[in-house]
Design a protein around this ligand. Structure first.
Ligand code: SF4
Length: 369
């Protein structure tokens, strides 16, 4: 099976308050050194690729010239039918960059909108405003993108259900094909975690968060966006192939600091530091600092844990084909417990999340591991 390719661009203009991804402030020189390294790595790849995803960080923070070099380096992998996505942020994407993306074969764009409410954007620590978000979407359409995704966040401390409804209405009406709708979480390495600990912000109650999620799952399908994974909604045919590859536990290659590769049943995680990443590469060392061979049973459990997040859940035939294990036998204990809690429904052919299960998908995923 052809692997998917993920390229991490670890630079952002400014850290958002809720973010725990690995990224640093953008610097032109640093970005150029980093690009030289990843282009050499891309050059060495000797297999066909099923999809390409350039994420971050903020890929659009790179200069036009740097983006041009990166996309030229990827040219030999591009096939007409393949999905090729890039993430952009409203403050750093412009018409020239969008034209370059289209010219170089990028056919899916993911815009980090997060909200159309300026007050909420400020509270999240975003540096763009709603006008820039709308422009980024309109410019993407104008450049010729027919597959546009936006990220939305709900549940910041100043938000209520009514505000989220209004935000989501704008998301559904802005003419995109895909919406990722994430609940705000307080990750330990993110600045808002500290703010919560100090008492300067108060997280919303779980019940309010659940209401917000439920609203999205009812409203977006009404507007033509079907939920195909816990947080992802798409118009028919616009489901993200790159992410479906991941939820199918299929192979992928990760380039860049903090990126993970999963090939031949082994997982490798790259060092989480750009400077060290560059140094390791220049010294001829592997940028991966951890490598784990997965036993077949571990691989099967991990497959269950990610695939259950999808709308269709797990077909036992598919699971047997994929892992060699019978799903019911392998996950018997977990399944019974989860079904008792109303999180999973299963029959003789397949298992899937219930509506309540979608709310507690992390609990279900962990139970299968
Ligand atoms: S949320 Fe995105 S733009 Fe904000 S700091 Fe994290 S990676 Fe950068």
């Amino acid at each position: 099976m052809m692997p998917a390719l993920y390229i991490h661009i670890p630079f952002c203009s400014k850290k958002c308050l809720y973010c725990d991804f690995y990224s640093l402030p953008y610097s032109k020189d640093f970005a150029s050194s980093y690009l030289r390294v990843i282009l050499k790595q891309i050059d060495k790849l000797d297999q066909d690729i099923s999809s390409i995803y350039i994420g971050g960080g903020t890929p659009s923070a790179l200069s036009l010239e740097t983006l041009d070099k990166l996309l030229k380096g990827l040219k030999r992998f591009i096939r007409k039918d393949m999905e090729f996505s890039i993430e952009v942020n409203p403050e750093s994407v412009d018409k020239e960059k969008l034209k370059l993306f289209i010219d170089k074969g990028v056919n899916r764009i993911s815009v980090g909108v997060q909200s159309f409410d300026d007050k909420k954007l400020k509270e999240l620590g975003r540096i763009h405003d709603s006008e820039q978000a709308i422009k980024a979407i309109e410019f993407s359409k104008g450049a010729g993108f027919k597959n546009i995704s936006i990220d939305m966040i709900f549940g910041n401390s100043g938000e209520n259900l009514y505000a989220w409804q209004s935000d989501l209405e704008k998301a559904a009406a802005c003419g995109v094909q895909h919406i990722s709708s994430y609940s705000l979480s307080y990750e330990k390495d993110a600045p808002i975690f500290k703010m919560k600990e100090e008492g300067s912000i108060a997280p919303l109650d779980d019940e309010v968060m659940a209401e917000m999620y439920k609203y999205a799952t009812a409203y977006l399908p009404e507007k033509g966006f079907q939920r195909y994974e816990v947080s992802n909604f798409a118009k028919p045919g616009f489901e993200c192939k790159h992410n479906l590859n991941y939820w199918g536990n299929n192979p992928y290659i990760g380039i860049g600091p903090s990126a993970v590769s999963y090939m031949g049943g082994a997982r490798a995680e790259n060092v989480k530091d750009v400077k060290e990443y560059i140094d390791r590469f220049n010294k001829g060392m592997d940028p991966a600092i951890s490598r784990e061979e997965l036993a077949p049973i571990q691989m099967a459990r991990e497959t269950a844990s990610v695939k259950i997040r999808t709308k269709e859940g797990i077909s036992y035939d598919w699971f047997k084909d994929k892992t060699g294990f019978g799903f019911l036998e392998l996950e018997k204990d977990a399944l019974e417990g989860l079904a008792e809690q109303g999180l999973i429904e299963y029959n003789k052919k397949s298992a899937r999340l219930t509506d309540k299960g979608f709310l507690f998908s992390d609990t279900v995923s962990s139970a299968f591991l």
